[in-house]
Design a protein around this ligand. Structure first.
Ligand code: PRE
Length: 418
C-alpha cells in the first residue's frame, strides 16, 4: 500500500495521513495526533450554527480549493465525485465556433449518480489505523478494489474526504461486545459528510508477540481500547499477569512492538497484522464471544439517492428542548408506521449540556440535555419514512438525516473463538 502525502498546497496542514512504515510512537499517553484544522473544537454546532459553522465552512472551502487547484477536479464535477473520470460532464455544449467536433455526449445513467461501487477507477478510502487494522479490512469489504488510505485518527479520515484526499471514509460506529464508538457519533455531527453504506465485520482477535517470546514473559498487553474490552475475560482466563495499555489501533500495537523489539509486550490484533509486522501468534480467537462483530459506516461528500428496491436503513440525529419526556412521542412516530428502529444512542448536547428548571421554593433543577442518534429500517424514498420524519420534526428543535443507505445483508459468519 502506498502512503499518501498531503498535497503541496496544504503545506500549512499537518501531515496526518499516515504511511505504512514510518510511524513510531509510544503505547502510552497521547499518540500522534495531527489535526488538519484545529478550530473544530470552537465549532458550536448545532446551537451556534450560523456564525461558527459558516466560519468553518469558509475555512474548509479555502483549504479544499487549494487542494482542488493542485490536483483534484472541481467540487461540482459529478464525474469525479463518483470516480468516473472519463465521463464528459459538459452537459450544455458551447456553440461549435471552430470546426472542432463537439464531444460525444453520453447520457448520465443511474450508476453515474450512485457514489458506489466504483467501475474502473480506484476509489480512495480513508480509515483510521495502519495496515492490518480491522478498519482497513472493513474498507476492503465495503469497496473491494479500493486504495485504502491509513489515517492516524478518526477526525483525519473525515477531513481526508472533505479535502478530496480520499473519496470515502470507513469508520467503526459500534461493536457487539464493546458498544458504541462515541467519538465517531460526535464527529458525524460536527462534519458534513453523508452515510452512504454500512458493513459489518466479524472481528477475530489474536494475541501476538515477537518470535520466540513465551506467554510467561509478557508483562503488558497493548491494543485499541475496544479490542482490549472485547478480550477482557479471555485474557484473564489465559492467566496473563500483564497490565493492559490502550493505543490508537490494533495493528499499530503490533507495529510498535516490532519496531521497538519489545520482548515483554504482546499485542491484540488481526492475523494479518501479525503477518505484516513479523509477529508470532500466541493465542488465536481470543475475543470473549464468537459473535464479535463491528459495524462500520461508509461516508462520502454527497448522499446517495435512496431507493426502495432493496432494504435500506436511515440514520438521523435530533434534539428537542422539552426534556426526555418527548422522546416517547418521537419514537412512536416510527412505531405507528411499523418502522423498526435498529439503534438508539444518546450523546451529551455539547452546546446546551444543561437545562435549568427554576422552582423558587426548592431551587434550580439541572437536567442534562441530549442528542439522540436513531437508525431505522426504511428508505427516505418511502412515504412512511418521510411522514415519520415530518412528525419527528414537530417535536424536535434540531433534526438532521445523516444518510439513507443500503443495509449490509451479507450472510452471517461468526468470527470464531470460544
Ligand atoms: O484498531 C483497529 O484495528 C480498528 O480498526 C479500530 C476498531 C474500533 O475502533 O472498534 C475496529 C474494530 C474492532 O472493534 C477493534 C478496533
Amino acid at each position: 500500500m502506498q502512503a499518501l502525502s498531503p498535497p503541496p498546497s496544504s503545506s500549512s496542514l499537518s501531515s496526518s495521513i499516515v504511511g505504512t512504515s514510518r510511524r513510531r510512537r509510544p503505547p502510552t499517553g497521547p499518540l500522534v495526533v495531527h489535526c488538519i484544522h484545529r478550530s473544530y473544537d470552537s465549532v458550536n454546532f448545532p446551537a451556534g450554527v450560523v456564525s461558527s459553522r459558516s466560519d468553518w465552512q469558509s475555512s474548509c472551502a479555502i483549504l479544499s480549493s487549494k487542494v482542488v487547484g493542485q490536483e483534484q477536479p472541481p467540487e461540482n464535477s459529478i464525474a469525479s465525485v463518483n470516480g468516473h473520470k472519463t465521463i464528459d460532464l459538459d452537459l450544455v455544449p458551447s456553440s461549435n465556433n471552430g470546426n472542432r467536433p463537439l464531444p460525444l455526449q453520453k447520457p448520465l445513467t443511474i450508476t453515474d449518480l450512485a457514489p458506489a461501487p466504483m467501475h474502473g477507477s480506484q476509489l480512495r478510502v480513508a480509515y483510521q489505523g495502519v495496515p492490518g487494522a480491522y478498519s482497513e479490512a472493513a474498507a476492503g469489504k465495503a469497496y473491494p478494489k479500493c486504495e485504502a488510505i491509513p489515517c492516524d485518527q478518526f477526525e483525519v479520515a473525515f477531513q481526508a474526504v472533505e479535502l478530496w484526499i480520499a473519496d470515502r471514509a470507513v469508520l467503526p460506529v459500534e461493536n457487539s461486545l464493546g458498544g458504541s464508538i462515541h467519538r465517531n457519533y460526535d464527529l458525524l455531527l460536527r462534519h458534513r459528510l453523508h452515510i452512504v453504506g454500512e458493513v459489518q465485520l466479524p472481528v477475530h482477535h489474536c494475541l501476538m508477540a515477537l518470535p520466540g517470546v513465551r506467554k510467561e514473559y509478557i508483562t503488558r498487553v497493548i491494543s485499541h481500547p475496544q479490542a482490549l474490552a472485547q478480550c477482557e475475560h479471555t485474557l484473564t482466563k489465559l492467566g496473563l499477569q500483564a497490565a493492559r495499555e490502550a493505543v490508537d489501533d490494533t495493528a499499530g500495537a503490533a507495529e510498535y512492538i516490532a519496531a521497538n523489539n519489545l520482548r515483554d509486550t504482546a499485542a491484540i490484533a488481526s492475523a494479518r497484522a501479525a503477518e505484516l509486522y513479523g509477529m508470532q501468534i500466541l493465542a488465536d480467537g481470543i475475543q470473549d464471544d464468537c459473535g464479535n462483530v463491528t459495524r462500520f459506516v461508509m461516508l462520502a461528500r454527497e448522499p446517495i439517492i435512496p431507493r426502495t428496491d432493496r432494504p435500506f436503513k436511515t440514520s438521523i440525529v435530533f434534539a428537542h428542548d422539552k426534556g426526555t419526556s418527548v422522546l416517547f412521542k418521537v419514537l412512536s412516530a416510527f412505531a405507528f408506521r411499523n418502522i423498526n428502529l435498529t439503534k438508539i444512542e444518546s450523546r451529551p448536547h455539547r452546546n446546551r449540556p444543561i437545562r435549568l428548571v427554576d422552582d423558587a421554593n426548592v431551587g434550580t433543577a439541572k437536567h442534562f440535555e441530549y442528542l439522540f442518534y436513531v437508525d431505522f429500517e426504511a428508505s427516505m424514498a418511502e412515504v412512511r419514512a418521510q411522514n415519520a420524519l415530518a412528525e419527528v420534526q414537530e417535536f424536535a428543535s434540531f433534526l438532521r438525516v445523516l444518510g439513507s443507505y443500503p443495509m449490509d445483508m451479507t450472510p452471517w459468519s461468526p468470527s470464531g473463538g470460544d
